[in-house]
Design a protein around this ligand. Structure first.
Ligand SMILES: Cc1cc2nc3c(=O)[nH]c(=O)nc-3n(C[C@H](O)[C@H](O)[C@H](O)COP(=O)(O)OP(=O)(O)OC[C@H]3O[C@@H](n4cnc5c(N)ncnc54)[C@H](O)[C@@H]3O)c2cc1C
Length: 479
Protein backbone atom coordinates (compact mmCIF):
# COMPACT_ATOMS: atom_id res chain seq x y z
CA UNK A 1 0.00 0.00 0.00
CA UNK A 2 1.18 3.55 -0.77
CA UNK A 3 2.41 4.94 2.56
CA UNK A 4 3.26 8.47 1.47
CA UNK A 5 2.13 10.92 4.14
CA UNK A 6 -1.23 12.58 3.70
CA UNK A 7 -1.13 16.31 4.33
CA UNK A 8 -4.03 17.70 6.32
CA UNK A 9 -4.31 21.48 6.56
CA UNK A 10 -6.21 22.67 9.64
CA UNK A 11 -6.29 20.95 13.03
CA UNK A 12 -9.89 21.77 13.93
CA UNK A 13 -12.78 19.36 14.35
CA UNK A 14 -12.55 17.87 10.85
CA UNK A 15 -8.74 17.87 10.51
CA UNK A 16 -8.15 16.30 13.94
CA UNK A 17 -10.66 13.50 13.34
CA UNK A 18 -9.26 12.86 9.86
CA UNK A 19 -5.66 12.72 11.12
CA UNK A 20 -6.58 10.31 13.93
CA UNK A 21 -8.53 7.97 11.67
CA UNK A 22 -5.74 7.81 9.09
CA UNK A 23 -2.88 7.39 11.52
CA UNK A 24 -4.68 4.77 13.57
CA UNK A 25 -5.13 2.81 10.31
CA UNK A 26 -1.39 2.97 9.68
CA UNK A 27 -1.30 5.86 7.19
CA UNK A 28 1.18 8.60 8.09
CA UNK A 29 -0.12 12.14 8.38
CA UNK A 30 1.35 15.64 8.41
CA UNK A 31 -1.09 17.94 10.17
CA UNK A 32 -0.51 21.65 9.48
CA UNK A 33 -2.11 23.97 12.04
CA UNK A 34 -1.39 27.70 12.01
CA UNK A 35 -2.34 28.43 15.61
CA UNK A 36 -0.90 29.63 17.92
CA UNK A 37 1.64 31.23 15.53
CA UNK A 38 -1.17 32.79 13.55
CA UNK A 39 -4.52 33.23 15.30
CA UNK A 40 -8.02 33.36 13.80
CA UNK A 41 -10.62 35.99 14.79
CA UNK A 42 -12.46 33.44 16.96
CA UNK A 43 -10.02 30.86 18.39
CA UNK A 44 -8.37 31.70 21.71
CA UNK A 45 -5.77 28.94 22.18
CA UNK A 46 -3.24 26.87 20.29
CA UNK A 47 -5.10 23.64 21.03
CA UNK A 48 -6.39 21.42 18.27
CA UNK A 49 -10.18 21.03 17.99
CA UNK A 50 -10.94 24.20 19.88
CA UNK A 51 -14.69 24.93 20.07
CA UNK A 52 -15.17 28.59 19.22
CA UNK A 53 -18.73 29.19 20.37
CA UNK A 54 -21.22 26.87 22.05
CA UNK A 55 -19.82 23.93 24.02
CA UNK A 56 -22.53 21.58 22.76
CA UNK A 57 -22.28 18.85 20.12
CA UNK A 58 -26.08 18.71 20.03
CA UNK A 59 -28.46 15.89 20.92
CA UNK A 60 -27.18 12.59 22.25
CA UNK A 61 -30.52 10.84 21.82
CA UNK A 62 -29.71 7.74 19.72
CA UNK A 63 -32.85 8.30 17.67
CA UNK A 64 -32.19 11.97 17.00
CA UNK A 65 -30.28 12.51 13.74
CA UNK A 66 -27.40 14.18 15.65
CA UNK A 67 -27.32 11.37 18.24
CA UNK A 68 -27.37 8.78 15.47
CA UNK A 69 -24.50 10.44 13.60
CA UNK A 70 -22.46 10.31 16.83
CA UNK A 71 -23.04 6.56 17.06
CA UNK A 72 -22.10 6.04 13.44
CA UNK A 73 -18.82 7.85 14.14
CA UNK A 74 -18.26 5.89 17.33
CA UNK A 75 -18.67 2.67 15.37
CA UNK A 76 -15.38 3.65 13.67
CA UNK A 77 -13.71 4.75 16.93
CA UNK A 78 -14.17 8.52 16.55
CA UNK A 79 -11.59 10.62 18.37
CA UNK A 80 -13.88 13.66 18.61
CA UNK A 81 -16.89 11.82 20.06
CA UNK A 82 -14.69 9.76 22.39
CA UNK A 83 -13.01 12.90 23.75
CA UNK A 84 -16.38 14.64 24.03
CA UNK A 85 -17.75 11.81 26.16
CA UNK A 86 -14.71 11.98 28.41
CA UNK A 87 -14.98 15.76 28.80
CA UNK A 88 -18.77 15.93 28.98
CA UNK A 89 -20.69 18.22 31.31
CA UNK A 90 -24.39 17.76 32.21
CA UNK A 91 -26.61 19.24 29.46
CA UNK A 92 -29.97 17.48 29.46
CA UNK A 93 -30.25 15.35 26.34
CA UNK A 94 -27.27 17.03 24.64
CA UNK A 95 -23.59 16.08 24.57
CA UNK A 96 -21.87 19.21 25.87
CA UNK A 97 -18.26 19.44 26.97
CA UNK A 98 -15.79 21.27 29.13
CA UNK A 99 -14.15 22.90 26.11
CA UNK A 100 -10.63 23.18 27.56
CA UNK A 101 -10.55 19.57 28.68
CA UNK A 102 -11.99 18.42 25.36
CA UNK A 103 -9.42 20.28 23.25
CA UNK A 104 -6.59 19.16 25.55
CA UNK A 105 -7.67 15.51 25.16
CA UNK A 106 -7.76 15.74 21.36
CA UNK A 107 -4.43 17.58 21.22
CA UNK A 108 -2.79 15.09 23.57
CA UNK A 109 -4.09 12.02 21.72
CA UNK A 110 -2.83 13.28 18.37
CA UNK A 111 0.51 14.40 19.75
CA UNK A 112 1.24 10.93 21.09
CA UNK A 113 -0.16 8.94 18.16
CA UNK A 114 2.64 7.37 16.06
CA UNK A 115 2.49 8.47 12.44
CA UNK A 116 1.19 11.98 13.14
CA UNK A 117 3.54 14.91 12.60
CA UNK A 118 2.08 18.23 13.71
CA UNK A 119 3.52 21.31 12.01
CA UNK A 120 2.59 24.65 13.53
CA UNK A 121 2.55 26.79 10.40
CA UNK A 122 0.18 28.62 8.14
CA UNK A 123 -0.21 26.94 4.78
CA UNK A 124 -0.61 29.61 2.14
CA UNK A 125 -0.76 27.47 -0.97
CA UNK A 126 -2.16 24.21 -2.23
CA UNK A 127 -0.38 21.80 -2.39
CA UNK A 128 1.21 22.50 0.98
CA UNK A 129 4.61 21.28 -0.22
CA UNK A 130 6.18 23.69 -2.73
CA UNK A 131 7.12 22.47 -6.22
CA UNK A 132 4.39 19.86 -6.58
CA UNK A 133 1.56 19.97 -9.04
CA UNK A 134 -1.91 20.73 -7.69
CA UNK A 135 -3.96 17.66 -7.06
CA UNK A 136 -1.56 15.23 -8.75
CA UNK A 137 1.38 14.51 -6.50
CA UNK A 138 0.10 14.62 -2.98
CA UNK A 139 -2.98 13.53 -1.10
CA UNK A 140 -4.13 16.68 0.67
CA UNK A 141 -7.13 17.37 2.89
CA UNK A 142 -8.05 21.02 3.34
CA UNK A 143 -9.89 21.39 6.64
CA UNK A 144 -9.26 25.03 7.43
CA UNK A 145 -12.83 25.78 8.44
CA UNK A 146 -15.01 28.87 8.28
CA UNK A 147 -12.09 31.13 9.19
CA UNK A 148 -9.66 29.86 6.55
CA UNK A 149 -6.74 32.29 6.31
CA UNK A 150 -6.89 34.74 3.42
CA UNK A 151 -3.83 33.45 1.57
CA UNK A 152 -5.09 29.87 1.54
CA UNK A 153 -8.59 30.99 0.61
CA UNK A 154 -7.08 32.77 -2.42
CA UNK A 155 -5.14 29.65 -3.42
CA UNK A 156 -8.27 27.53 -3.11
CA UNK A 157 -10.21 30.13 -5.10
CA UNK A 158 -7.61 29.87 -7.86
CA UNK A 159 -8.09 26.09 -8.07
CA UNK A 160 -11.85 26.22 -7.99
CA UNK A 161 -12.01 29.06 -10.43
CA UNK A 162 -15.49 30.11 -9.53
CA UNK A 163 -17.22 32.13 -6.92
CA UNK A 164 -16.90 31.64 -3.17
CA UNK A 165 -19.82 31.99 -0.83
CA UNK A 166 -19.75 33.87 2.43
CA UNK A 167 -22.10 34.17 5.33
CA UNK A 168 -21.83 35.06 8.96
CA UNK A 169 -22.03 33.30 12.29
CA UNK A 170 -22.44 35.00 15.61
CA UNK A 171 -20.93 33.82 18.90
CA UNK A 172 -23.09 33.57 22.04
CA UNK A 173 -21.94 35.32 25.24
CA UNK A 174 -20.66 33.54 28.36
CA UNK A 175 -21.37 34.78 31.88
CA UNK A 176 -19.47 34.31 35.14
CA UNK A 177 -21.74 32.30 37.48
CA UNK A 178 -20.59 34.14 40.61
CA UNK A 179 -21.79 37.46 39.25
CA UNK A 180 -25.40 36.23 38.89
CA UNK A 181 -28.18 36.79 41.44
CA UNK A 182 -29.16 33.17 42.20
CA UNK A 183 -32.37 34.19 43.95
CA UNK A 184 -33.86 35.13 40.56
CA UNK A 185 -32.83 31.94 38.74
CA UNK A 186 -33.96 28.34 38.97
CA UNK A 187 -32.20 25.14 37.92
CA UNK A 188 -34.22 22.89 35.60
CA UNK A 189 -33.91 21.13 32.24
CA UNK A 190 -36.73 21.46 29.78
CA UNK A 191 -39.20 18.61 30.42
CA UNK A 192 -36.86 17.40 33.17
CA UNK A 193 -34.42 15.82 30.70
CA UNK A 194 -30.94 14.66 31.74
CA UNK A 195 -30.43 15.10 35.47
CA UNK A 196 -33.53 17.31 35.52
CA UNK A 197 -31.68 20.44 36.60
CA UNK A 198 -28.88 20.81 34.07
CA UNK A 199 -29.77 24.36 33.01
CA UNK A 200 -30.14 27.60 34.93
CA UNK A 201 -33.20 29.57 33.90
CA UNK A 202 -33.87 33.29 34.17
CA UNK A 203 -37.68 33.67 33.98
CA UNK A 204 -39.34 36.87 32.72
CA UNK A 205 -42.89 38.12 33.15
CA UNK A 206 -44.71 39.82 30.28
CA UNK A 207 -43.62 43.33 31.22
CA UNK A 208 -39.96 42.35 31.57
CA UNK A 209 -40.05 40.49 28.27
CA UNK A 210 -41.60 43.37 26.32
CA UNK A 211 -39.02 45.83 27.72
CA UNK A 212 -36.20 43.40 26.84
CA UNK A 213 -37.58 42.91 23.34
CA UNK A 214 -37.79 46.68 22.80
CA UNK A 215 -34.19 47.12 24.02
CA UNK A 216 -33.02 44.51 21.51
CA UNK A 217 -34.78 46.37 18.71
CA UNK A 218 -33.17 49.66 19.69
CA UNK A 219 -29.64 48.38 20.38
CA UNK A 220 -26.88 49.47 18.04
CA UNK A 221 -25.34 46.67 15.99
CA UNK A 222 -21.93 46.59 14.36
CA UNK A 223 -22.00 47.78 10.75
CA UNK A 224 -21.24 45.25 8.05
CA UNK A 225 -18.13 45.76 5.96
CA UNK A 226 -18.50 46.77 2.31
CA UNK A 227 -17.86 43.28 1.04
CA UNK A 228 -20.19 41.71 3.55
CA UNK A 229 -23.64 40.53 2.75
CA UNK A 230 -25.98 39.97 5.70
CA UNK A 231 -26.99 36.43 4.85
CA UNK A 232 -27.25 34.64 8.15
CA UNK A 233 -27.58 30.91 8.59
CA UNK A 234 -31.16 30.37 9.76
CA UNK A 235 -30.07 28.05 12.58
CA UNK A 236 -27.70 30.60 14.10
CA UNK A 237 -29.54 33.92 13.83
CA UNK A 238 -28.39 36.74 16.11
CA UNK A 239 -30.82 37.39 18.95
CA UNK A 240 -31.54 40.96 17.81
CA UNK A 241 -32.24 39.67 14.29
CA UNK A 242 -34.82 37.25 15.73
CA UNK A 243 -36.35 40.09 17.78
CA UNK A 244 -36.86 42.06 14.56
CA UNK A 245 -38.97 39.25 13.11
CA UNK A 246 -41.82 39.84 15.57
CA UNK A 247 -42.61 40.45 19.20
CA UNK A 248 -43.20 36.77 19.95
CA UNK A 249 -40.47 35.23 17.78
CA UNK A 250 -38.08 34.90 20.72
CA UNK A 251 -40.83 33.37 22.90
CA UNK A 252 -41.18 30.64 20.29
CA UNK A 253 -37.41 30.38 19.82
CA UNK A 254 -34.51 30.57 22.28
CA UNK A 255 -36.66 32.17 25.01
CA UNK A 256 -39.50 29.64 24.88
CA UNK A 257 -40.89 28.74 28.31
CA UNK A 258 -42.44 25.35 27.38
CA UNK A 259 -41.38 22.39 29.48
CA UNK A 260 -40.28 24.65 32.37
CA UNK A 261 -42.02 25.40 35.65
CA UNK A 262 -40.84 28.21 37.95
CA UNK A 263 -40.41 27.44 41.69
CA UNK A 264 -43.81 29.11 42.37
CA UNK A 265 -45.49 26.48 40.15
CA UNK A 266 -46.24 28.80 37.22
CA UNK A 267 -44.94 28.73 33.67
CA UNK A 268 -42.85 31.86 33.01
CA UNK A 269 -43.84 34.19 30.14
CA UNK A 270 -40.35 33.81 28.66
CA UNK A 271 -37.04 32.31 29.80
CA UNK A 272 -33.33 32.85 29.20
CA UNK A 273 -31.60 29.47 29.52
CA UNK A 274 -28.01 29.19 30.72
CA UNK A 275 -26.00 26.10 29.90
CA UNK A 276 -23.05 25.00 32.01
CA UNK A 277 -19.78 25.72 30.21
CA UNK A 278 -17.25 23.88 32.38
CA UNK A 279 -17.17 21.18 35.04
CA UNK A 280 -16.50 23.76 37.75
CA UNK A 281 -19.87 25.42 36.88
CA UNK A 282 -18.12 28.77 36.97
CA UNK A 283 -19.19 29.82 33.48
CA UNK A 284 -22.54 29.59 31.69
CA UNK A 285 -23.43 30.07 28.04
CA UNK A 286 -26.57 32.09 27.15
CA UNK A 287 -28.28 29.51 24.98
CA UNK A 288 -29.21 30.86 21.54
CA UNK A 289 -28.06 34.39 22.38
CA UNK A 290 -25.66 34.89 19.49
CA UNK A 291 -25.38 38.59 18.86
CA UNK A 292 -23.76 41.26 16.78
CA UNK A 293 -24.81 44.15 18.99
CA UNK A 294 -21.98 46.52 19.89
CA UNK A 295 -20.27 45.31 23.06
CA UNK A 296 -21.38 48.14 25.42
CA UNK A 297 -24.92 47.57 24.11
CA UNK A 298 -24.69 43.89 24.95
CA UNK A 299 -23.68 44.71 28.52
CA UNK A 300 -26.59 47.19 28.83
CA UNK A 301 -29.26 44.96 27.25
CA UNK A 302 -28.25 41.69 28.91
CA UNK A 303 -28.26 43.42 32.32
CA UNK A 304 -32.06 43.59 31.91
CA UNK A 305 -32.29 39.77 32.26
CA UNK A 306 -33.47 38.90 35.80
CA UNK A 307 -30.42 37.89 37.86
CA UNK A 308 -28.06 39.66 35.44
CA UNK A 309 -28.13 43.08 37.14
CA UNK A 310 -24.41 42.78 37.99
CA UNK A 311 -23.51 40.07 35.52
CA UNK A 312 -19.94 39.81 34.35
CA UNK A 313 -19.92 38.68 30.74
CA UNK A 314 -16.62 36.92 30.28
CA UNK A 315 -17.18 36.64 26.56
CA UNK A 316 -19.47 38.80 24.47
CA UNK A 317 -21.32 37.93 21.30
CA UNK A 318 -19.36 38.35 18.10
CA UNK A 319 -19.75 38.12 14.37
CA UNK A 320 -17.43 36.30 12.04
CA UNK A 321 -17.03 35.44 8.44
CA UNK A 322 -17.88 31.91 7.44
CA UNK A 323 -16.25 30.63 4.29
CA UNK A 324 -17.58 27.65 2.40
CA UNK A 325 -17.47 26.49 -1.18
CA UNK A 326 -20.24 25.59 -3.56
CA UNK A 327 -19.83 21.86 -2.99
CA UNK A 328 -22.46 20.76 -5.53
CA UNK A 329 -20.31 22.48 -8.18
CA UNK A 330 -16.87 21.45 -6.97
CA UNK A 331 -16.92 18.20 -4.99
CA UNK A 332 -17.51 14.58 -5.93
CA UNK A 333 -19.15 12.04 -3.63
CA UNK A 334 -15.85 11.24 -1.90
CA UNK A 335 -15.17 14.92 -1.02
CA UNK A 336 -12.58 15.26 -3.81
CA UNK A 337 -12.28 18.47 -5.81
CA UNK A 338 -13.44 17.43 -9.26
CA UNK A 339 -10.69 19.37 -11.06
CA UNK A 340 -7.94 18.27 -8.61
CA UNK A 341 -8.99 14.87 -7.26
CA UNK A 342 -6.09 14.37 -4.86
CA UNK A 343 -7.23 17.44 -2.94
CA UNK A 344 -10.16 16.86 -0.62
CA UNK A 345 -12.18 19.40 1.32
CA UNK A 346 -13.37 18.60 4.84
CA UNK A 347 -15.38 20.26 7.58
CA UNK A 348 -17.32 23.49 7.53
CA UNK A 349 -15.54 24.55 4.34
CA UNK A 350 -17.65 22.00 2.44
CA UNK A 351 -20.92 23.54 3.59
CA UNK A 352 -21.78 21.21 6.42
CA UNK A 353 -22.74 23.17 9.52
CA UNK A 354 -21.59 22.37 13.03
CA UNK A 355 -18.84 20.81 15.11
CA UNK A 356 -20.33 17.34 14.88
CA UNK A 357 -20.95 17.46 11.16
CA UNK A 358 -17.47 18.87 10.47
CA UNK A 359 -15.84 16.06 12.43
CA UNK A 360 -18.04 13.54 10.58
CA UNK A 361 -16.72 14.67 7.19
CA UNK A 362 -13.13 14.30 8.47
CA UNK A 363 -13.90 10.74 9.51
CA UNK A 364 -15.55 9.83 6.20
CA UNK A 365 -12.65 11.26 4.17
CA UNK A 366 -10.11 9.29 6.19
CA UNK A 367 -12.01 6.06 5.54
CA UNK A 368 -12.31 6.84 1.83
CA UNK A 369 -8.58 7.62 1.61
CA UNK A 370 -7.71 4.39 3.42
CA UNK A 371 -9.89 2.44 1.01
CA UNK A 372 -8.50 4.26 -2.00
CA UNK A 373 -5.00 3.16 -1.08
CA UNK A 374 -6.13 -0.34 -0.17
CA UNK A 375 -7.92 -0.80 -3.49
CA UNK A 376 -5.21 0.91 -5.55
CA UNK A 377 -3.88 -2.31 -7.02
CA UNK A 378 -7.17 -4.07 -7.58
CA UNK A 379 -8.77 -0.92 -9.00
CA UNK A 380 -11.93 -1.60 -7.01
CA UNK A 381 -14.32 1.37 -6.83
CA UNK A 382 -15.35 2.79 -3.48
CA UNK A 383 -19.05 3.15 -2.84
CA UNK A 384 -19.77 6.21 -0.71
CA UNK A 385 -21.73 5.74 2.54
CA UNK A 386 -25.39 5.14 1.65
CA UNK A 387 -27.73 8.10 2.17
CA UNK A 388 -29.68 5.94 4.63
CA UNK A 389 -26.86 6.74 7.11
CA UNK A 390 -26.03 10.14 8.59
CA UNK A 391 -22.52 9.98 7.13
CA UNK A 392 -23.95 9.37 3.68
CA UNK A 393 -26.86 11.80 3.99
CA UNK A 394 -24.51 14.69 4.85
CA UNK A 395 -22.34 14.03 1.81
CA UNK A 396 -25.35 13.69 -0.43
CA UNK A 397 -26.54 17.12 0.69
CA UNK A 398 -23.20 18.52 -0.46
CA UNK A 399 -23.09 16.91 -3.87
CA UNK A 400 -26.72 16.55 -4.89
CA UNK A 401 -28.16 19.91 -3.79
CA UNK A 402 -28.94 22.47 -6.46
CA UNK A 403 -25.85 24.69 -6.63
CA UNK A 404 -27.88 27.88 -6.97
CA UNK A 405 -29.72 27.33 -3.69
CA UNK A 406 -26.99 25.51 -1.76
CA UNK A 407 -27.03 26.34 1.97
CA UNK A 408 -25.05 24.82 4.86
CA UNK A 409 -26.94 22.18 6.81
CA UNK A 410 -26.82 20.51 10.18
CA UNK A 411 -27.54 16.80 10.16
CA UNK A 412 -31.30 16.15 10.19
CA UNK A 413 -33.57 13.38 8.95
CA UNK A 414 -34.69 15.58 6.05
CA UNK A 415 -31.30 14.87 4.43
CA UNK A 416 -31.66 11.08 4.68
CA UNK A 417 -33.12 8.79 2.05
CA UNK A 418 -36.86 8.95 2.83
CA UNK A 419 -38.45 6.03 4.65
CA UNK A 420 -41.35 4.10 3.15
CA UNK A 421 -44.55 6.10 3.77
CA UNK A 422 -46.26 3.22 5.54
CA UNK A 423 -44.08 3.68 8.64
CA UNK A 424 -46.09 5.54 11.26
CA UNK A 425 -44.95 8.97 12.40
CA UNK A 426 -44.11 7.94 15.95
CA UNK A 427 -42.04 5.01 14.71
CA UNK A 428 -40.07 6.92 12.11
CA UNK A 429 -37.11 8.06 14.22
CA UNK A 430 -36.52 4.53 15.47
CA UNK A 431 -36.83 3.27 11.90
CA UNK A 432 -34.26 5.79 10.62
CA UNK A 433 -31.86 4.75 13.39
CA UNK A 434 -32.28 1.02 12.81
CA UNK A 435 -31.91 1.33 9.04
CA UNK A 436 -28.73 3.39 9.48
CA UNK A 437 -27.22 0.86 11.90
CA UNK A 438 -27.92 -1.99 9.51
CA UNK A 439 -26.70 -0.20 6.37
CA UNK A 440 -23.59 1.27 8.01
CA UNK A 441 -22.41 -2.10 9.28
CA UNK A 442 -23.18 -3.71 5.91
CA UNK A 443 -21.23 -0.96 4.08
CA UNK A 444 -18.24 -1.45 6.39
CA UNK A 445 -18.29 -5.24 5.97
CA UNK A 446 -18.55 -4.91 2.20
CA UNK A 447 -15.49 -2.63 2.14
CA UNK A 448 -13.49 -4.72 4.60
CA UNK A 449 -13.50 -2.07 7.34
CA UNK A 450 -14.03 -2.85 10.99
CA UNK A 451 -17.04 -1.19 12.56
CA UNK A 452 -18.33 -1.88 16.04
CA UNK A 453 -22.10 -2.27 16.44
CA UNK A 454 -21.77 -1.51 20.19
CA UNK A 455 -22.34 2.27 20.06
CA UNK A 456 -25.81 1.73 18.58
CA UNK A 457 -26.77 -0.25 21.66
CA UNK A 458 -30.12 -1.95 21.65
CA UNK A 459 -31.63 -2.04 18.19
CA UNK A 460 -34.04 0.79 17.53
CA UNK A 461 -37.14 -1.41 17.18
CA UNK A 462 -36.24 -3.06 20.48
CA UNK A 463 -35.98 0.37 22.11
CA UNK A 464 -39.26 1.47 20.56
CA UNK A 465 -40.89 -1.71 21.80
CA UNK A 466 -39.35 -1.18 25.22
CA UNK A 467 -40.81 2.32 25.38
CA UNK A 468 -44.27 1.10 24.55
CA UNK A 469 -43.86 -1.90 26.85
CA UNK A 470 -44.45 -4.45 24.07
CA UNK A 471 -41.21 -6.44 24.31
CA UNK A 472 -38.49 -7.14 26.79
CA UNK A 473 -35.71 -8.36 24.54
CA UNK A 474 -33.62 -5.21 24.29
CA UNK A 475 -29.91 -5.88 24.49
CA UNK A 476 -27.60 -3.83 26.68
CA UNK A 477 -26.67 -0.41 25.41
CA UNK A 478 -22.98 -0.13 24.63
CA UNK A 479 -20.58 2.72 23.88
C1 LIG B 1 -17.75 32.27 15.03
C2 LIG B 1 -18.24 30.91 14.84
C3 LIG B 1 -19.08 30.32 15.78
C4 LIG B 1 -19.51 29.00 15.59
N1 LIG B 1 -20.31 28.44 16.53
C5 LIG B 1 -20.69 27.15 16.41
C6 LIG B 1 -21.45 26.52 17.42
O1 LIG B 1 -21.78 27.14 18.42
N2 LIG B 1 -21.80 25.22 17.28
C7 LIG B 1 -21.43 24.51 16.18
O2 LIG B 1 -21.76 23.32 16.11
N3 LIG B 1 -20.72 25.08 15.20
C8 LIG B 1 -20.35 26.39 15.28
N4 LIG B 1 -19.62 26.99 14.29
C9 LIG B 1 -19.46 26.30 13.02
C10 LIG B 1 -18.44 25.16 12.93
O3 LIG B 1 -19.03 24.03 13.48
C11 LIG B 1 -17.14 25.36 13.60
O4 LIG B 1 -16.51 26.44 13.01
C12 LIG B 1 -16.24 24.10 13.49
O5 LIG B 1 -15.14 24.31 14.30
C13 LIG B 1 -15.84 23.79 12.08
O6 LIG B 1 -14.92 22.73 12.07
P1 LIG B 1 -13.75 22.71 11.01
O7 LIG B 1 -12.89 21.58 11.35
O8 LIG B 1 -14.30 22.79 9.65
O9 LIG B 1 -12.96 24.09 11.24
P2 LIG B 1 -12.18 24.59 12.55
O10 LIG B 1 -12.58 23.82 13.72
O11 LIG B 1 -12.33 26.07 12.56
O12 LIG B 1 -10.68 24.22 12.22
C14 LIG B 1 -9.97 24.85 11.19
C15 LIG B 1 -8.53 24.96 11.63
O13 LIG B 1 -7.74 25.38 10.52
C16 LIG B 1 -6.77 26.33 10.97
N5 LIG B 1 -6.38 27.10 9.79
C17 LIG B 1 -7.08 28.02 9.09
N6 LIG B 1 -6.38 28.45 8.02
C18 LIG B 1 -5.19 27.78 8.06
C19 LIG B 1 -4.03 27.79 7.22
N7 LIG B 1 -3.95 28.54 6.13
N8 LIG B 1 -2.98 26.98 7.54
C20 LIG B 1 -3.02 26.18 8.66
N9 LIG B 1 -4.09 26.15 9.49
C21 LIG B 1 -5.17 26.93 9.18
C22 LIG B 1 -7.51 27.10 12.04
O14 LIG B 1 -6.60 27.69 12.95
C23 LIG B 1 -8.34 26.00 12.72
O15 LIG B 1 -7.67 25.41 13.80
C24 LIG B 1 -19.15 28.29 14.43
C25 LIG B 1 -18.32 28.89 13.49
C26 LIG B 1 -17.87 30.17 13.69
C27 LIG B 1 -16.97 30.81 12.68
Amino acid sequence: MNREPIHIVGGGLAGSECAYQLASRGLPVVLHEMRPTRPTPAHKTGDLAELVCSNSLRSDDPEHAAGLLKREMEAFGSLIIGAAREASVPAGGALAVDRERFAALVTGRLAELPGVEIRREEVTEIPPVPGLEVGRDLDTVIATGPLTSDALAASLGAILGSEWLYFYDSIAPIVDAESLDDSKLFAQSRYGKGEGDDYLNAPMDREQYLAFHQALLEAEVLPLHDFEDARFFEGCLPIEELARRGVDTLRYGPMKPVGLTAPDGTRPYAVVQLRQENLAKSHYNLVGFQSRMKWPEQRRVFAMIPGFENAELVRLGQIHRNTFVSSPTHLDKLYRIRSAPRVRLAGQLTGVEGYLESAATGLAIALYLTLERTFEESGREIEPFPATTGLGALARHLTDSEAKHFQPANINYGLFEPLPRRIKKRERRAAYAERSRHDLLAWAADHGLEASPAPFGASAPARAAERTGTAASATQRGG
